[in-house]
Design a protein around this ligand. Sequence first.
Ligand SMILES: [Zn+2]
Length: 257
Amino acid sequence: MSPDALAVVGLAILGLAIGSFLNVCIHRLPRQASIVSPASSCPHCGYVLRWFDNIPVVSYALLGGRCRQCRTPISIRYPIVEIVTMAIFVGHYLVFGWDIILVPRLLFASILIALFAIDLEHHLLPNVLTLPGIVVGLAFSAMLPPGLADALIGTLVGGGILWLIGEAYYRYSGQEGMGGGDVKMLAMIGAFLGWKLVILTLVLSSLLGSLIGVIVIAVRKGGMKHALPYGTFLSLAALCSSLFGSRIIAWYLALYQ
Ligand SMILES: [Zn+2]
């Protein structure tokens, strides 16, 4: 096998395994349960999953998406998270190649996947992910691009801008617009990506939010109240910035030369 193919296969397998672990985090973190013990079990009948029930995607397919013992349907989220994580891991290799930057960026992408799924279901961005994320992001940035100063400014800009928007919205409308979770999440994004890409993330997430908002209003004739939580847009925008941000910024700056 060529080194390229070997890297793709290796990252695909790693992505599936991490995706399987992210499923545990997505299920347990909002319920404030430990992510290490006990072993996974069926919430309906208590059947404890054995190793062969835990093979990413394969077990789900073989069991027809049902518990081995009581045949209660298992959420389609499990194989989806595993496949998406696999695709994102391989995508990082295609963008960055075999570079040490893969270590922080794959970790960052994994946290974003967990935050996306938890915010989608529970409208919650757990501190237990975002706060350590800020610290770990700054630590990596001190050793690798974008560098510590850039990342520190990114953390302050990211957290600060969103906090100000939230405050202004609250004063103006009397309604809580932005949760504290969004502020901490954007600070974490700044810690990993630096100030330029955190601003790009804000711009992309607003564009995406407006686009989806318009579609939701048009299709359901409802208000923005039923729209997706902001953390889901932030996750998508941050992932896009992490992968393609420097190219998007270079392209944008070239327009004005
Ligand atoms: Zn069961």
